[in-house]
Design a protein around this ligand. Sequence first.
Ligand code: CA
Length: 228
Amino acid sequence: MRGNVLFVEDEEALRMTVGDRLRNEGYTVEYAVNGDEGFEKATQLPFDLIILDVMLPKKSGFEVCKQIRDAGLITPVLMLTARGQTSDKVNGLKIGADDYVTKPFNMLELMARVEALLRRAPFRPADQTGVFDFGSIHVDLVGTEAARDGVPVNLSAREFQLLRYFIEHRGATLSREELLRQVWGYNADMYTRTVDVHVAGLRQKLEDDPKQPKFILTVQGLGYKFKA
Ligand code: CA
């Protein structure tokens, strides 16, 4: 699989043609048909890339893009803008889109942009530096070390992997099943309790008040979300 794409577009014909092409190229595609659904799916499911039309019912692509960025999500966004609307391009990039393609577009161009964005490493955990800071916590993702107020924090290898996954997917709601699959490599749902135990461990070591976490949040009925 080359990547998991969310395609937010209200025109059915375009959803079909672009969707088919993406699947033929080896991507998995999920659709949303309006702005509200686009925002919900973008923030609740893990995607490597979001293709977002500007003209959408309920909520414009600009609003969706701004809201997902405000929610802390850093998934790359490719906007589909209307022909000749130069201001659309500027607006889109200003509110956090990573690239844009003008409608009507050439399919090859769209695929090239998609590929380029995905190559750019979908998650930029530490802006090349390999370190990530939140609150009083400093995480060295390369050296696999963490410190709190400058004092080393003793994390187990699994806790560190879990923390890294949270950092790399900050802002996204992550289900216990996904965390198990991605961090432990298990395919079954039977050990979701394992995730809870490790989350509790991380909170104990990283949160000022583990009972009222500020960073590793519980999303009722869905899983967890890391907010930095
Ligand atoms: Ca549209």
